[in-house]
Design a protein. Structure first.
Length: 478
């Protein structure tokens, strides 16, 4: 290299140079994994909250997903889960006409309805807002207080609110009304989750209807909002993208900066182009609840070398073109180990092909709670079906290549329970109780107690699987 600093290790491997990229963490949060099963008599174990989906910032397929179980109180216990990937659509709607020469637009995100309260109106997540005359309703997902006007973010909305009608909160009068000229159908503004399910006819599964942990300041940055129509009309850039998002003094309204300026005014109420986004869906083993007092921490990130720090402190290194190659302000993922194996169900339910499992024991068990795993396998990896001549209670099982975290203080992994229906017993063990281990294993995330009936008193087992090696990538953020 000709510029900057180059650091190599004792084996001559470059650690820092002009081509270095780092993990830029765009979103963090916590969620409790839920069930992906559906209601019905053939699915007796579908209990508890549905699996939650979290919107992943950035273009579909470009973000990395990191996860770790964490105890919110008491000691950490063993936990198993799997991650699926769906998608959703979002868009923004302008709230005022744009001004020629400016590079921003004021807008409200999809999933909101505007109201005008004659009194100060406060809502809490879970409140039901309904129309006194239309019967339209929706569930509030964000707590907020408004004065002269506000936007309330609704989920599971249905029906059309009518202009001027009074609004009820949990069945009681609020004094708030739908203002004139407002789009009154939040159902059109609500984005659901699409999860490809190729087993719908025989073993259906589904997540919660709407995304959780939305962050309007980051979720759609970089998104294309117009292409020959929508927000490209009247803009100097015929394919404008969102470069930054800021809050405003009006609840529910945001200031979106674009990589183009307005050459003519765009009227209020104009929708942006639809924005496709990935949704990470966190599911537990279908028959067992996730450990109490535990959450699953997630971090979404991308590999880049763009400068985005603004602290004014630390050490940065750039290449000849000014691109960031190293920054001490970045939170980076330090990989401790990459282990390769196969945790897919192969053969049949009696696992004649071997236990679908492989694991790694961390080097620093004292700080086990600091370890994250990079998700490299999403969605279902195996379908197992078993028929019977006399009953249909054997059914279908769906498996995913998921995770089993076994902290110090526990000897086994939880793969026997996680692999319900595989007849694996006992669980695989770590080398000692003091070790901290992380494993890839088969996680049964859905079961449908229904199957074809056969003659002759026989039954059969079959699996459809990916038959591909998996990578278990473990490390810490530093």
């Amino acid at each position: 290299m000709s510029y900057g600093i180059k650091a190599v290790n004792k084996d001559g491997v470059s650690l820092i140079d002009e081509n270095s990229k780092q993990v830029h963490i765009s979103k963090t949060g916590s969620v409790v994994p839920g069930t992906l099963g559906v209601d019905g008599t053939p699915n007796p174990f579908n209990t508890g909250p549905k699996a939650k989906g979290v919107l992943v910032p950035g273009e579909i397929g470009e973000s990395l997903v990191f996860v770790r179980p964490r105890a919110t109180s008491g000691s950490q216990t063993a936990a198993t889960f799997c991650v699926h990937m769906g998608d959703t659509g979002k868009y923004w709607t302008s709230t005022t006409a744009t001004v020629v020469g400016q590079s921003y637009i004021l807008a409200t995100p999809s999933g909101q309805v505007q109201i005008r309260p004659s009194i100060t109106l406060s809502v809490q997540a879970g409140d039901v807002i309904s129309g006194a005359t239309s019967g339209a309703s929706g569930t509030v997902i964000r707590s907020m207080t408004g004065n002269s006007s506000t936007y309330i973010h609704l989920r599971a909305a249905s029906g059309d609110f009518t202009t001027g009608e009074s609004l009820l909160k949990n069945g009681s009068s609020t004094g708030a009304t739908i203002p004139t000229g407002t789009v009154g159908n939040p159902g059109l503004k609500v984005e659901g989750i699409y999860l490809p399910n190729h087993t719908t006819d025989y073993c259906p599964y589904e997540p919660a209807t709407h995304t959780e942990d939305e962050n309007f300041l980051v979720d759609t940055i970089g998104a294309l909002v117009g292409s020959q129509s929508h927000w490209s009309s009247g803009n100097t850039n015929q394919g404008p993208r969102i470069t930054d998002i800021q809050t405003t003094s009006t609840t529910g309204v945001y200031k979106l900066f674009l990589d183009g300026t307005w050459s003519s005014s765009l009227p209020a109420g104009t929708d942006s182009r639809g924005i496709a986004r990935s949704v990470a869906i966190f599911a537990r083993e279908f028959q067992s609840s996730y450990p109490s007092n535990h959450v699953l921490d997630y971090r979404f990130g991308v590999l880049d070398n763009d400068a985005d720090e603004s602290t004014g402190f630390g050490f940065e290194m750039r290449d000849a073109n000014g691109k960031l190659t190293y920054s001490s302000n970045r939170i980076n993922f330090q990989i401790e180990a990459i282990t390769t194996g196969n945790a897919d169900v192969v053969g049949d339910r009696d696992i004649s092909g071997g236990n679908p499992f492989f694991a790694y024991e961390v080097n620093d068990p004292t700080n086990y709670q600091d370890y994250f795993a990079l998700v490299a396998s999403f969605g279902p990896s195996a379908l197992c079906l078993e028929g019977s001549a006399t009953s249909n209670t054997r059914g279908y099982w769906l498996y995913s290549t998921g995770f089993s975290f076994s902290p110090p203080g526990y000897r086994p992994y939880d793969n026997a329970t996680a692999g319900y229906g595989l007849l694996i017993s006992p669980s695989d063990n770590k080398s000692s109780r003091a070790s901290g281990g992380i494993a890839h294993c088969a996680v049964a995330f859905a079961h449908w107690r229904d199957s074809p009936q056969l003659t002759g008193g026989s039954y059969f087992s079959e699996t459809l699987n990916h038959l591909s090696p998996r990578d278990l990538i473990i490390g810490k953020f530093i």
